[in-house]
Design a protein around this ligand. Structure first.
Ligand code: CA
Ligand code: CA
Length: 311
């Protein structure tokens, strides 16, 4: 009998896990981990600025062709990976730009809103990254769909951009860096384009819930976006979540809000970040995210003094 119970329990757990996986298709991805130097040597090939040479994006470890190998750049890749695409603002003239452009991507087989998710780093200064979209293979680009000025040592931040429900078979995405001629280079990594089924309804954040951590809930929200009627995350009271959270960079709307709330009676759930070497570590951070409600959830540093901001 014991064995039977064990199998039964396994099936229940498997079912719970399958409920937690909101299916979505990856349309395009690039993690910059392969052997490459300049964008045209990626596979499939990327393109972008080639002159002046200081304005050409490179693999982070390939500094040949730039005036110097100066400029701080660490960690070398997002999510503890070894490599990324780097823009050399240490030597690129102030306010000059450098473009790096994806190969053509076919959006036509996918029916949902498309969502670009990527990581960005910039240890200091005011380097800027803009994201542009072309529906005609790079012949023309629209207005910037996202502008990012990040500054903080020691980390990569995840960003999520709704590209809309476009169905072109010849899409290119262009990242344009604007140099601050400062002491640190800027870079991008872990690029994903999803056919994103937005999150809706009510999900739980709980040791046995839809999401067992705030981190996994926010990562999923950043990948999927918010759908009709919004999304509510109910958090069970009396729980402690010892974790550093990614930035929430998905926006709700008035009709489709994002809500994180304590559900039921008891002590407020507590998020306990430890922080790191960054100068802007936080408990819960929003970038470009409106119509977000956080109700009955506390932040309390886990240990040390490396967390500079609560909410
Ligand atoms: Ca990488
Ligand atoms: Ca910089």
């Amino acid at each position: 009998m014991k064995k039977k119970y064990a199998i039964f329990a396994t099936i229940i757990i498997a079912n719970l896990i399958s409920i937690c996986v909101y299916s979505q298709s990856v349309i395009f991805t690039q993690n910059f981990e392969s052997v490459w130097t300049t964008p045209n040597t990626l596979s499939p090939s990327w393109s972008g600025t080639t002159v002046p040479s200081n304005n050409q994006w490179h693999k982070n470890s390939y500094t040949t062709g730039w005036s110097s190998s100066g400029g701080s750049y660490s960690p070398a890749g997002a999510n503890s990976t070894a490599s990324s695409a780097r823009f050399h603002s240490f030597d690129a003239a102030n306010n000059s730009i450098g473009e790096i452009i994806t190969p053509a991507i076919d959006f036509s087989p996918y029916s949902n809103n498309k969502r670009l998710v990527f990581y960005l780093t910039n240890a200091s200064g005011t380097d800027k990254i803009d994201v542009y979209l072309s529906l005609d293979g790079g012949a023309s680009y629209g207005l910037s769909v996202g502008t990012y000025v990040l500054s903080g040592t020691g980390y990569w931040s995840l960003y999520s951009v709704d590209l809309g429900n476009i169905n072109s078979s010849n899409v290119k995405i262009k990242f344009t860096a604007t140099s601050d001629f400062g002491t640190s280079d800027t870079g991008i990594d872990e690029i994903f384009v999803y056919d994103a089924i937005p999150l809706t309804g009510v999900k739980s954040i709980d040791a046995f819930g839809d999401y067992t951590t705030f981190k996994s809930a926010i990562e999923d929200l950043n990948k999927h976006g918010v759908g009709t009627g919004g999304i509510t995350f109910n958090v069970t009271p009396n729980q402690t979540f010892t974790e550093n959270l990614p930035i929430l960079s998905v926006s709700g709307t008035e009709l489709n809000p994002v809500i994180f709330q304590k559900s039921g009676s008891g002590n407020n759930p507590v998020i306990k970040p430890t922080g790191g070497s960054g100068t802007a570590d936080y408990g819960f951070a929003l970038v470009g995210a409106d119509y977000i409600t956080i109700d009955g959830i506390d932040i309390n540093i886990n240990s040390g003094n490396a967390v500079e901001y609560g909410f």
